[in-house]
Ligand binder design. Structure first.
Ligand SMILES: [Zn+2]
Ligand SMILES: [Zn+2]
Length: 352
């Protein structure tokens, strides 16, 4: 039964890292390599609580709600998950574990003309073949070295996860790729370099997905502290969540009305409030358009049923979408198509 042995290995590595390194770990879906579903209540889009206030995650026996935020260091919970979920893919939630991963990819394809965000590619340097090249050049330009004496995992596709120690929840993640039609990388660190930290995870060594095996390639199992050059590069490119941000023109819009006080009206107001808060906090390339559409169809149904005022929904969602940086024309278009496809209202008679 090789399958069983593989399952054991991935979960065992996760358990070991949780106990000996304090890493917050969780099982992933074998096929999608994404966190498992969680309960119906926490999955619903109108969930009016955060992972920090989630009743499921507060339970001692653990729960797989809210994606990576379910990750735990509790050996008892990990053992129960390993028994319950026969998956050979486990991951670490980096942000809460005080970790940051530099994920170097080797996807085929021509590099952009400027592969580094905010730095000119040296004229005497050949274009990078992959993320490893991009990262090595970034390190050299920054007066540092890549340094492989940290916890490193080889991925099935030939990439690398370099895992470093840092302050918990300090850094946000990013993708290093140019926008379509652009030949300059303007987000993240550089081409084929992904940063994973807050709310981000990497698959642990010992895991096997349908793409193949993840193997630790470093001798050390201790992440090295982030190098000063990398701290600087991350800060320069907007990854530091603790930096005082240029304040947005307005604070995140949160509709403050309560319209009537029937159960339906309160439910609709709560749904709109959480939809707006989530939408307003979304960054480019994270599905803002889709989120706006889905929220609109849901709230449109409630407006049609008389639970909430259509104009209130429209104004609040438009405001949140603007806050998230969606262009006005796109917002108008998505709102119009969303209002054209109202969803049936949920059955909330049995809800508390
Ligand atoms: Zn739940
Ligand atoms: Zn929850």
């Amino acid at each position: 039964m090789t399958t069983n042995r593989t399952v054991q290995t991935a979960a065992d590595v996760a358990l070991w890292l949780a106990v000996h390194r304090g890493w917050h770990v969780l099982p992933l879906n074998y096929g999608t390599k994404r966190p498992l579903g969680g309960c119906v209540d926490c999955r619903a889009e109108h969930t009016d609580h955060t992972p920090q206030t989630c009743p499921c995650l507060a339970r001692a026996e653990g729960a797989l709600c809210h994606g990576v935020w379910a990750a735990t260091t509790d050996p008892g919970v990990i053992a129960r998950w390993a028994q319950r979920w026969h998956t050979s893919v486990w991951a670490v939630h980096l942000g809460v574990s005080g970790l940051l991963a530099v994920d170097l990819d080797t996807r085929p394809g021509p590099p952009p003309r400027q592969p580094l965000n905010g730095l000119a590619w040296p004229a005497d340097e050949p274009p990078p073949a992959d993320g490893l090249d991009t990262y090595a050049t970034l390190a050299a330009l920054s007066g540092g070295t890549v340094g492989t004496d940290t916890f490193t995992t080889d991925t099935p596709s030939g990439g690398l996860h370099l895992v470093y120690g840092t302050e918990p929840l300090r850094w946000k993640g990013s993708h290093g790729k140019p926008r379509p039609g652009d030949d300059t990388v303007r987000t993240g660190l550089g081409w084929q370099i992904d940063i994973k930290a807050y709310g981000g995870y990497v698959v642990l060594p010992g895991s096997t997905s349908d793409a193949g095996q993840y193997r630790r390639s470093s001798t050390t199992t201790t992440p090295r502290r982030l190098d000063p050059w990398l701290v600087e590069a991350l800060a320069r490119t907007g990854h530091d969540r603790t930096a005082t941000p240029a304040p947005p023109a307005t604070a995140a819009p949160v509709p403050a009305f309560v319209h009537g006080d029937s159960r339906q009206a309160r439910f609709a107001a709560g749904a709109l409030r959480s939809a707006c808060a989530e939408l307003a906090a979304m960054e480019p390339d994270t599905g803002r358009n889709r989120k706006l559409f889905r929220s609109t169809t849901r709230l449109a149904g409630m407006a049609q049923a008389g639970w909430i005022d259509r104009d209130v929904v429209q104004a609040a969602l438009a405001d949140a979408a603007r806050h998230a940086g969606l262009p006005a024309a796109e917002i108008r278009y998505v709102l119009a198509s969303g209002f054209g496809r109202p969803l049936p209202v949920p059955d909330i008679r049995s809800a508390a």
